[in-house]
Structure formats: structure tokens, C-alpha cells
Design a protein around this ligand. Structure first.
Ligand code: NCD
Length: 316
């Protein structure tokens, strides 16, 4: 398959076949990360810029490793050390990055839609690594991969997304990805953490975790994003943990082989208890591991895929 898009900005823009293709490629790239020498020459000579205008450890590192394992050169720009703090506009940052000859920009920004604006103003491919509460497509892709790895399918599974949906780009991208791939999605949280009319995205909503947890094949736990909440949306952290926190007691009501996922960073003792975070069914570190392979696949389809296939075909 030849991937024709310049950018990856949201799951919304992806066709089902494109998602399938990235998951399949992820499988082959995971093998590279398991080798003694974790490197292939696919993107040799390409330059990838990590532009993170918001803190991140795992996503930034994961993209950096993915690009390096494909032999690309990687440059990191963070909010603190960029000219954005000197008042440079995003448009001028885009022009500068183009002039420096970057082939791809991995961008995280606190405002929803910023990556779309940036992509319109730059020749390089743009990958959205999280824009405000909007989308975080590679997180959803690595989550699909992790679910498929465990169950062999996504179609027909029931996934419960529990927690701060309102502030979560991870939830939005996962809702889009999971429903596209045929899963049933139910959101569970206090009403103040669920956006109004979210049912229009094809999901169900419930406020009582204990009543529904037994129906889920996957419990996807979200972090309570205190840094994004401008008002008190629930009485106290302790009350939230009592009603919605995933602990061993609550887990007794779940299916025996339920898969527990979390995009990280986790707040032990709030949305997930420390004990649950460490049981084998909790695949939080597996998600991180799969993230590198999926991001390699995404870089490959945007930067190398079509070109490499063309060269390969010419040689035949
Ligand atoms: C998430 C994010 O930043 O959107 N983390 C991540 O990318 N792994 C979720 C979060 O911050 O809770």
C-alpha cells in the first residue's frame, strides 16, 4: 500500500485500511527493536524535528528512538529553548524549520488544532503528538496494536474508558480508532468529566463503574488531568478514587482476563491503585514498548514508505 498523506494529524483523517497497514508495519518494526543492533537504514539522510511546546517524557523519547532506529537524524526543540518564547509566531517557526531542511516535525502543543495550522504552513510532514484536548493519534494506534496483540482482534470487543474524558486527547483519538475498528466503547466517569453530547461519537456513557466493569474486555484508565482543570470537577481526589479508582477489590467484579491499559503517566492511588498497576494484566509498559514500533511505522509511511517502495520496484 502507498500512503499518500503528507501528515498524521488525527485518527479522524485515517481510513480503516490505513490504520490496518500501520498496525501491520508496527509488527515488522517491533522485531527491529528486539535485535542486538536496533537499527535499520530506512530513513538514512532524513531529518526529524521534535517540537514539543508542552512537557512529555514517554512520547518525545518514543518518537526520538523510533526515528533513530530508522537511522534518521533527530533534533529536539522544546518550549523553553525555542524562539517561541521570544514571540516568534508558529508560522515563522514553520518557515524556519522548512528552511533548515527538516523532513518531518513531531509536534505537541497545548492548543487544539495548532498542529493543523502548522501543517498547512510547512512543507515537512507533521505528526500530531498531542494538541490540547483534541487528538493524539499515535497513542491510539499503539493502543489498538496492544489490544490486538492480546485478543487477536478489536472488532466486537467492549472497551471501557474510565476517567477524565473531557480533558483527554487520548480518549478522543481512542474513541475514533476503536469505533472505526468495530469495538464497542463505553465511557465511565462523573458527569463533570464527560463532554456533553459525546454520544454523537458513537459511544455509550455511564456514571457507575461497579455496575458495568464486569462487561468490559478492556478497561482503559485515564489520568486525572489536574493541571488542565480550571475548576473543581469532583469533590475530592479521595472520593474520585473511591468511586472510579481501579483497585484490586473493584477488579474482582471484572472478567478474569480483562486487559488494563493506561497511556501514562499514572497517578498511583488515584485513578489506579499501585497493586493493580503492577499486575500482569496491566500492560502499561507494553504500551510504551509498542509505541516505538508504531511510531517507526508512522515515520516510515510518511517519509520513507512510498519512496522506498518505488526504489525497490525500480530495482526489480
Ligand atoms: C497523555 C498525553 O499527554 O496526552 N500521555 C501520553 O502521551 N502518554 C495522557 C496524559 O497526560 O494523561
Amino acid at each position: 500500500m502507498v500512503f499518500k498523506k503528507k501528515d498524521l494529524l488525527g485518527i479522524r483523517d485515517l481510513e480503516n485500511e490505513e490504520i490496518q497497514y500501520i498496525l501491520e508495519l508496527g509488527e515488522s518494526f517491533r522485531e527491529v527493536s528486539a535485535r542486538y543492533i536496533k537499527k535499520v537504514p530506512t530513513l538514512r539522510g532524513k531529518t526529524v524535528v521534535n517540537l514539543f511546546i508542552e512537557p512529555s517524557t514517554r512520547t518525545r523519547t518514543s518518537f526520538e528512538l523510533a526515528a533513530k532506529r530508522l537511522s534518521a537524524d533527530v533534533v529536539n526543540i522544546s518550549a523553553k529553548n525555542s524562539s517561541l518564547v521570544k514571540g516568534e509566531s508558529l508560522k515563522d517557526t514553520a518557515k524556519t524549520i522548512d528552511a533548515l531542511g527538516a523532513d518531518a516535525v513531531i509536534m505537541r502543543h497545548p492548543s487544539a488544532g495548532a498542529t493543523y495550522f502548522f501543517a498547512k504552513n510547512i512543507k515537512a510532514s507533521v505528526i500530531n503528538a498531542g494538541d490540547g484536548a483534541h487528538e493524539h493519534p499515535t497513542q491510539a494506534l499503539l493502543d489498538l496494536y496492544t489490544i490486538k496483540e492480546k485478543f487477536g482482534r478489536i472488532d466486537g470487543l467492549h472497551v471501557g474508558i474510565v476517567g477524565d474524558v473531557t480533558h483527554s486527547r487520548v480518549a478522543r483519538s481512542n474513541i475514533l480508532a476503536l469505533t472505526k475498528m468495530g469495538a464497542k466503547v463505553t465511557l465511565v466517569a462523573p458527569p463533570t468529566l464527560i463532554p456533553v453530547k459525546i454520544e454523537a461519537m458513537g459511544v455509550e456513557v455511564t456514571y457507575n463503574l461497579d455496575e458495568i466493569i464486569g462487561e468490559f474486555d478492556v478497561v482503559y484508565v485515564l489520568r486525572i488531568q489536574l493541571e488542565r482543570q480550571t475548576e473543581s470537577l469532583f469533590p475530592s481526589i479521595r472520593e474520585y478514587a473511591n468511586l472510579y479508582g481501579l483497585n484490586l477489590d473493584r477488579l474482582k467484579k471484572a472478567k478474569k482476563d480483562v486487559l488494563i491499559m493506561h497511556p501514562g503517566p499514572i497517578n498511583r492511588g488515584i485513578e489506579i491503585s499501585s497493586e493493580v498497576a503492577d499486575i500482569p494484566q496491566a500492560v502499561i509498559t507494553e504500551q510504551v514498548r509498542n509505541g516505538v514500533a508504531i511510531r517507526m511505522a508512522v515515520l516510515y509511511v510518511l517519509l520513507g514508505g512510498a519512496e522506498v517502495e518505488k526504489v525497490a520496484n525500480q530495482k526489480r
